[in-house]
Design a protein around this ligand. Structure first.
Ligand code: AMP
Length: 207
């Protein structure tokens, strides 16, 4: 199954994607995670990504699409994947359709996790990540177990969150009608307990 998780940065796409991996038996493909890995490895590409990421701006389509296509071609994604944070522009949405079509596949559903910017700020400023595993936690809602060292993403500040939210509303939300006309969009409320939200997504995708 190929599933797109859509919604503003901080709505819980990454956390829910990690839960769906277990359930659906397909990998999560997060372009943000792929970029952070490049950045951490200190590659030239990683430095280029950082110029945009640290400001909360979108990385140019050509770079993102190449990175994504490479990941989609890996054997573990042969039966489907959960796309988290991709596509974010019309060009990326078109590229995703083309890449899947070449594999004889198509998008099953686009699940939009809806959340207001005030709720996002509350979540993002408390968000922590285990750098060893990529597991996402929250200081209050989903605290890391004792003994786990977590860190804060450097783009998880209020100023950067607001810029990322604006770029979502301006560049990414306008992609939705492209999917709506094909009847692919399901909206779920992103406010609530993690289990409740997972349940809402399961109902939306029929899993
Ligand atoms: P995320 O982890 O999905 O919140 O992404 C973190 C940052 O990586 C974004 O604010 C962008 O700078 C960049 N990024 C991730 N995915 C994309 C994408 N599909 N298109 C453009 N930029 C992206």
């Amino acid at each position: 199954m190929d599933l797109v998780l859509f919604g503003p940065p901080g709505a819980g796409k990454g956390t829910q994607a990690q839960r769906l991996v277990e359930l659906l038996g397909v990998p999560q493909i997060s372009t943000g995670d792929l970029m952070r890995a490049e950045r951490k490895a200190g590659t030239e590409l990683g430095k280029k990504f950082d110029e945009y990421m640290s400001k909360g701006q979108l990385v140019p389509d050509s770079l993102v699409i190449d990175l994504f296509a490479d990941r989609l071609g890996k054997p573990d994604a042969a039966k489907g994947a959960i796309f988290d944070g991709f596509p974010r522009t019309q060009a990326q949405a078109q590229a995703l359709d083309d890449l899947l079509a070449r594999l004889g596949r198509s998008i099953h559903k686009v699940v939009v996790i809806d959340l207001a910017v005030e709720d996002i700020l509350d979540r993002i400023t408390g968000r922590r990540v285990d750098p060893a595993t990529g597991q996402v936690y929250h200081v209050r809602y989903n605290p890391p177990p004792p003994g786990i060292t977590v860190e804060q993403r450097k783009d998880d500040t209020e100023e950067v969150v607001r810029t990322r939210d604006q770029s979502y509303r301006r560049d990414t939300e306008p992609v939705l009608p492209y999917y709506e006309t094909r009847g692919l969009v399901a909206r779920v409320d992103g406010l609530g307990e993690l289990d409740e939200i997972t349940q809402r997504i399961r109902e939306a995708i029929g899993a």
